[in-house]
Design a binder for this molecule. Sequence first.
Ligand SMILES: Cc1ncc(COP(=O)(O)O)c(C=O)c1O
Length: 567
Amino acid sequence: MKWSMTGLAFYSLGSAALVASLTKIKRRLELSVAKHGSIAGHARLSRRVASFIPYYEYGEAEFFCSDDAPVEIAARRRDGFMRLSALYSTRFAITAKQTAEVADSISDLQFTNAYRVPFQYSRFVRHHLRGGWFLKSSAGVTVTDLDENTFYDLTGSYGVNLFGYDFYKKCLESGAKFVSELGPVLGAYHPIVIDNARRLRGISGLDEVSFHMSGTEAVMQAVRLARYHTGRSHLVRFCGSYHGWWGDVQPGVGNPVPAHETYTLKDMSEETLRVLRRRKNIACVLVNPLQALHPNMNAPGDSSLVDSGRAAHFNRESYTKWLKKLRTVCTEQRIVLIFDEVFVGFRLASGGAQEYFGVKADMVVYGKTLGGGLPVGVVCGSKELMKRFKDDRPVDICFARGTFNSHPYVMGAMHEFLRYLDTPEARALTRDQDALWNGRVERLNRRLAQENLPVRLANITSICTVCYVQPSRYNWMLQYYLRAEGLALSWVGSGRLIFSLNYTETDFEAVADRFVAAAKQMHADGWWWSKPGLTNKAIKRRILKEMIAHRLSALRDHRKVHRRVEG
Ligand SMILES: Cc1ncc(COP(=O)(O)O)c(C=O)c1O
């Protein structure tokens, strides 16, 4: 058979096109395989699913037996709940009243109030368990509300509180004294900035520093710079990890528009490394070391505690191995490796996660505790990555501003924080925290096991999460029993307990006593009764059925109204 030149050309073009599309399909498949199987691993799908979930709630009767508990158990739960309700209404009367007065005008308060427990139970709980959301003072490891109730603080102020509230009060006070002559002048720097930049360069081991007003903004800037310098479009974040609320790092539920230039990939996975090796459009990988406690899972909040599926376990060795592999691949592929240390800050070590895991990042983002009690975000990076303009193309710049960046008062408080961090005392306090906190958590877990309570804590140093070892739909009730015992939690409830490093053994034992007492009371009140053979899967299936039934009934109602209007 003879081939004409044109025929040959068509044949070669066709083969090239076929190879190109096969390669494209292969890359696509690799990307799919590198996504985590959970809904959190599929941003677009999770948004679609969220939009289908109908609102429904349990009436008073169902509230106590949504798991088919027998009448006597439901009655025990009701008694316990009403006792708690009476206690809340007297003990937190002023705090709750002030909260109720302002709730309609503060949208954040409405949101956090609504999302403390799974939505089916939320209204009933809100009505009966009014704890209030005001505090008037803090001291040592405690906070005090408007009714003069003093709680052990387990909120950690979203992670800001590393060294104890009294320390930050000092940072605020002496930092303000340092800069008060300059006052609120912006644009030019207070000279204290020189020392802050020097110390941050020392801690991060990187050349340059930029100051921002929040962790979210600092993450935005780090990613923008990575895109600018690599000329690539996509960022990689790991399934479940939080990096602030900027759209590109928060694809999926919570963000009304899709994040087209974000890949959400499996944490600690070879398949992810394969994608990083093959795709040429990846500018950076964001790592939030807190995920080491629960890789591939969302930040644990009690509003999603519909069963006992919450799991957490930190393995320093395997996470270190993973970070090292990630480092190697990022270096090979010239992908910018960004450590987002906003949450863990200097909790793991005084040199942060880089020191703790022994892995160097190309850029590090800090925030929260670094501000010495004031809002802040900082990016540290190599000279090449931090540069915001190009010498040979003067108009091709990478813009970043922020009116309040480097505010003198923030710089003053940060200075106090950084000075302390560099003292032998702070270094001793932040060194080898694992043994101390693992020991404390183990002791508490042993007590919980001895009492046959289906609750355990998991931790990464001083950050803990509560897990539940027996299937139940009511685990979220624990937060209300804990509060009744004088333990203050943030709005995510038992999902995150953050201890400051000024917790002594005696303080921790007091918290442990209260924790055990709360869990015992909850147990006695029947919330952990469960049908023999009940599984988390069965609970999920049941909830899915309820959702479908409510969705169908809403559709039927809608059709009826439509017919009536047309008729
Ligand atoms: C890892 C991480 N990155 C970024 C942020 C955002 O910081 P900010 O709340 O200061 O904007 C947070 C906040 O919790 C965080 O935990």
